[in-house]
Design a protein. Structure first.
Length: 78
């Protein structure tokens, strides 16, 4: 998620999600980026993150810098 945020401050991401009525704390967002024990997110949260970052779910799962081990996704032909 950190790579997707780019230069966007975490607080800005939090505010954009709040505008979408996403109930998440800044602390949890930070843990998602920094704590390897946070391994999953709800489908709703992933959908909202896609909206904020301007990606479709398919694009998000197929980013070359991202490897979704559980799904076996490595490189997609988009």
């Amino acid at each position: 998620m950190r790579a997707l945020r780019g230069d966007m401050p975490l607080l800005t991401l939090f505010k954009k999600l709040a505008k979408l009525k996403v109930e998440i704390s800044r602390q949890y967002l930070n843990r998602m980026e920094t704590n390897t024990e946070v391994k999953s997110a709800s489908p709703e949260l992933v959908s909202d993150l896609c909206q904020v970052f301007g990606y479709t779910l398919a694009e998000l799962l197929c980013l070359k810098s991202t490897k979704i081990v559980q799904l076996g996704v490595d490189i997609c032909d988009f």
